[in-house]
Write a protein that binds this ligand. Sequence first.
Ligand code: HEC
Length: 112
Amino acid sequence: MDLNMTRLLPFALLVLLIACSSTSGSDPEHPIAADKSTGQSVFNMNCSLCHGRDGKLGLNGAKDLTASTLSKAEMLAIVRSGKGAMMPYKDVLTAKEIDAVVEHVRTLGKPK
Ligand code: HEC
């Protein structure tokens, strides 16, 4: 068992969190852990500005995400490369974060 690695990982995550929160004002109380919460926190930090936390805000012509009929692949492409007033996120988020945030978007239209 590599003890060093298991001790270093939470520390590395903490550093990452601090680095993120200083630039984007993220919520340090919601650590990046499981994919589900990653998708939600990535969305709240990067997307809710235009789309709203529930996906319905539609600021500056942003689409109501709860009404989107796009496939997952089409959403991934838009988030990676941007569309219209929406910026590309491929240099901002990791592929994993983009996947997680699209998964989150796809839950928005579904009844809870
Ligand atoms: C600057 C405002 C803005 C931000 C921030 C933003 N979007 Fe958008 N988004 C838009 C606009 C505007 C459109 C409509 C683009 C078009 O069709 O011309 C759009 C469209 C979309 C679509 C396509 C919906 C459809 O049915 O056509 C998806 C999916 C989407 N955004 C997801 C996201 C995600 C995920 C994030 C965060 C990573 C995000 N957006 C951040 C403005 C924004």
